[in-house]
Design a protein around this ligand. Structure first.
Ligand SMILES: Cc1cc2nc3c(=O)[nH]c(=O)nc-3n(C[C@H](O)[C@H](O)[C@H](O)COP(=O)(O)OP(=O)(O)OC[C@H]3O[C@@H](n4cnc5c(N)ncnc54)[C@H](O)[C@@H]3O)c2cc1C
Length: 367
């Protein structure tokens, strides 16, 4: 039996960030992961640290996103220092490109709403084609304009995952890999977590198992209504450096390849790819940047987002089993700084702060 202060179930980007933070607070922490058989959004995402458009209609989510993005540089620097991993973070703004007047007006209305809901703290500009073309060389004539926010950024999500795991180990965290959690039994103020052939006894348990939270939540009295929503991404060969700042659907990595995304498909637990969807993604990307039509696609994948019914993250502590927490979000890269810095302090203290009240699972109760 392994005993510890905290067991984190799920070694994706969410669980790894929380475990890294808990270990930094000197909690003896065990990070448990199922291994390669699982659906893992953390390995298939686009790498944006995105503020514009997150939390429209839900100011607490907009504030949470903004707070995390504002601490991202500290996280990147810390991971470099603690783990020796450069996560290739850059914050020089980001652009949501609009193809056609209808998209542009719809976007302008959404940005106005977000600005009003965040009391003017949200910085953005609606830019026409001309202004954007100066910022984004190679922009195609089909682009009408777009929204630009200086608050957005991007990073290499795989390096982030590696950095969090390496940092966790450097902080004396213990990882239990290839160990699927089958049951969690609360007993006399501790949780007995059955993981593979091992039992982990922990004073606190954090469910961060992505889509598997739906199955594991009831073990500790939590209903976690998450469902998969597939996104497909195409990756080009390395091309000349042309895109200094990311756009929502096209971003260039530090190495030179171009990521093109993404789709929103309700196809259950199918993480495959489909030629018609890939063609649509490529069409949109080449309308935005026509020269990409001569770049070769070298990789493509589908990955499943961890979606809640209202698209807003879940942060909850169980009422029937205090000490058991659950986190689920489809914005795990953007929120990584909040998960590594703020959330672990609350978990260690044993209660979630009032700022997270809007994210509880009670909002899904049907009366
Ligand atoms: C196409 C796409 C693009 C995206 N783009 C962005 C983006 O640009 N910016 C952004 O912020 N977010 C983005 N996301 C979302 C982001 O990737 C997710 O929020 C994040 O990966 C969720 O992380 P997670 O750790 O909760 O889940 P996962 O990555 O799914 O990890 C869950 C982990 O739990 C483990 N697990 C599951 N069941 C068990 C069990 N029973 N026992 C032990 N371990 C278990 C699995 O092995 C897995 O490692 C994107 C997602 C997709 C799909």
């Amino acid at each position: 039996m392994l005993t510890c202060d905290a067991a984190v179930v799920g070694g994706g980007v969410v669980g790894a960030a929380i475990a890294y933070g808990l270990a930094g607070l000197k909690l003896d922490t065990v990070l448990i992961d199922e291994g390669d058989v699982a659906f893992r959004a953390a390995r298939g995402n686009f790498g944006l640290v995105w503020v514009q458009s997150k939390g429209i209609g839900c100011p607490p989510y907009a504030n949470l996103t903004r707070g995390s993005a504002d601490h991202w540089l500290s996280l990147a620097e810390e991971l470099n220092e603690v783990a020796g991993v450069d996560v290739a973070y850059s914050r020089q703004g980001g652009v949501h490109l609009c193809l056609g007047e209808a998209e542009f007006s719809e976007r302008a209305a959404l940005m106005k709403q977000l600005e009003a809901e965040t009391q003017g703290d949200f910085k953005y500009e609606m830019l026409n084609y001309r202004a954007l073309a100066e910022m984004l060389p190679g922009l195609g004539p089909d682009v009408t304009g777009g929204s630009y926010s200086v608050l957005d950024g991007h990073a290499n999500p795989l390096f982030l995952l590696r950095g969090l795991h390496a940092g966790f180990r450097k902080r004396a965290g213990r990882a239990l890999l290839n160990a699927p959690v089958r049951s969690i039994r609360p007993h006399a103020g501790v949780f007995n977590v059955q993981a593979g052939n091992e039992t982990v006894q922990a004073r606190k348990v954090v469910l961060a198992a992505g889509l598997a939270n739906a199955k594991l939540g009831p073990e500790v009295g939590l209903e976690v209504p998450v469902h998969p929503l597939r996104g497909q991404i195409l990756v080009s060969e390395k091309v000349r450096s042309f895109l200094r700042i990311p756009t929502l659907h096209v971003r260039q990595t530090a190495e030179g390849s171009v990521l093109m995304g993404d789709s929103h498909e309700d196809v259950g637990f199918d993480d495959g790819t489909r030629p018609d969807i890939m063609a649509e993604i490529a069409r949109r990307a080449t309308r935005a940047f026509p020269f990409l039509s001569s770049a070769r696609i070298v990789r493509a994948w589908g990955a499943l987002r961890v979606m809640t019914p209202d698209g807003i993250p879940i942060y909850a502590q169980s009422e029937s089993c205090p000490g058991a927490f659950c986190v689920a979000t489809h914005s795990g890269i953007t929120l990584a700084a909040s998960h590594a810095f703020d959330l672990p302090r609350s978990i260690a203290a044993g209660s979630l702060p009032a700022e997270l009240d809007a994210f509880g699972t009670g909002r899904f109760d049907v009366h």
